[in-house]
Ligand binder design. Structure first.
Ligand code: UDX
Length: 432
């Protein structure tokens, strides 16, 4: 069976490379020729630990190839994964499916033998039905099968998440297709992944419901953290105490800045939009979106209080600006709300991120990128730990002070408050 991944973004590239590493023959296709040329040279256009090594290894042993010729790649393949972007529509909240439908039309005119066409991109309920309609215009129904197989990988952990997923979800009612896909995923199932075959619409919704639920969990603990701050309770005790209940589970209960990234903000909006279409009110998810949008304001207000209501001319250093650690992704990062606001109020901001300079701040007044932690924090009044990179987990703050000690606001609760305070620093964290 030959696989074709259409789109070499996060999902397509990681899945394609990992499928090749499991012994499959995989073509990764992208309309962006410069990206394909880079990949052929073993250069990976996204930041993902371990990915470049796997690309080089599998490209060398010829299980993995790259192409910008979509038609030829489809003709040569048996299983086609659609992995193109489904961003939020400009000025709206639903998913923009133009790329999905464009690719579907292209597939439609290249079906030369039975093909399984899979959406791995996150697509709203009924998208599979629409793809099937497009394909049916030019092809007999027995020539293809349209499946939903959502991907649950996290940036920064993508390879591990692909190889050791909690579950593989296959949305199809077709027995033959189900059998082929179960066999494709058998190396992961034999390592312990649960396998769920369900209807196509259910698989589409499982992805959105999962992301919305995880976003709810984070937002929930962030609001509980607000209450902890007012009542002298440590939110980490609450997370542990709640997490010990197996019905709740301990993961995704870490309080911190607003959740961000390429999925949670986009998918929570898109599921609301789908529900609106079907005249259903998802009031819980609506409040999650609202609460998360308000989260940065709450943390900014804390900065304002920490700095005794004086922000103008205060030197503030940000450690980490991406939406989380182990990624260079700035999409919907809470720093994109916090840094512009502080800059507008007259703060002088320096930032250090392990993934370097960020164009997003280039037009802001008094915002400078520094290439080391030391340079970033020198002379600061306040150091904000914004993401939980390992680089920030055992900083010797004393050795970085040159003159007056800075205040530390640890938004990820990395440090032990007593240890930092023992070193003579004023230390603030979240939910404590
Ligand atoms: C997420 C889902 O986890 C993944 O299954 C899906 O396919 C894509 O979206 P990702 O966006 O890479 O993955 O990041 P994730 O690790 O889930 O974190 C999302 C956001 O939540 C980040 O801003 C992170 O900092 C925040 N978060 C996560 C918390 O604030 N607290 C937590 O306990 C966990």
């Amino acid at each position: 069976m030959k696989l074709c991944m259409i789109g070499t973004g996060y999902v397509g590239l990681v899945s394609g490379v990992c499928f090749a590493d499991l012994g499959n023959d995989v073509i990764c296709v992208d309309k962006d020729i410069s990206k394909i040329n880079l990949l052929k040279k073993g250069k990976v256009p996204i930041y993902e630990p371990g990915l470049s090594e796997l690309v080089i290894k599998n490209y060398k042993n010829k299980r993995l190839s790259f192409s910008s010729d979509l038609k030829k790649s489809i003709i040569e393949s048996d299983i086609i994964f659609i992995c193109v972007g489904t961003p939020t529509k400009k000025g709206g909240s639903s998913a923009d499916l133009r790329q999905i439908y464009k690719v579907s039309k292209e597939i439609s005119s290249s079906i030369n033998k039975f093909k399984i066409i899979i959406t791995k991109s996150t697509v709203p309920v009924t998208t599979g039905d629409e793809i099937e309609k497009i394909l049916s215009k030019k092809n007999k129904k027995k020539k293809f099968s349209v499946v939903s197989n959502p991907e649950f990988l996290r940036e920064g952990e993508a390879i591990r998440d692909f190889i050791y997923p909690d579950r593989v979800v296959i949305g199809t009612n077709d027995k033959k297709t189900g059998k082929i896909l179960k066999s494709l995923y058998s190396p992961l199932i034999s390592k312990g992944a649960s396998y769920l075959q369900t209807s196509r619409r259910a698989a589409e919704l499982i992805k959105y419901a999962s992301n919305a639920f995880l976003a709810t969990k984070i937002t929930f603990i962030n609001e509980i953290a607000n209450l902890c701050e007012k009542t002298g309770i440590n939110v980490e005790d609450i997370s542990i105490g709640m997490g010990l209940d197996k019905r709740i589970g301990s993961r995704f209960l870490r309080a911190g800045p607003a959740y961000g990234g390429s999925c949670f903000p986009k998918d929570t909006k898109a599921i609301i939009s789908t529900a609106d279409k079907f005249k259903t009110n998802l009031s819980v998810i609506k409040s999650v979106i609202k609460s998360n949008e308000n989260r940065s304001k709450i943390l900014l207000d804390r900065i304002y209080q920490i700095l005794n209501k004086k922000i103008k001319n205060k030197k503030i250093a940000f450690l980490g600006v991406t939406f989380k650690a182990n990624t260079d992704d700035m999409r919907d990062s809470s720093s994109l709300k916090m840094i512009p606001w502080l800059s507008k109020k007259g703060a002088i901001i320096t930032y250090f991120d392990p993934t370097g300079y960020k164009d997003e701040f280039s037009s802001l007044k008094n915002v400078t990128n520094k290439t080391t932690i030391k340079e970033a924090v020198q002379g600061s009044n306040l150091v904000v730990i914004h993401t939980e990179w390992n680089d920030f987990k055992s900083i010797n703050f004393k050795s970085l002070v040159n003159g007056k000690k800075f205040i530390i606001f640890d938004m990820r609760n990395i440090y032990s408050s007593s240890k930092i305070k023992d070193q003579g620093f004023k230390y603030y964290s979240v939910g404590k």
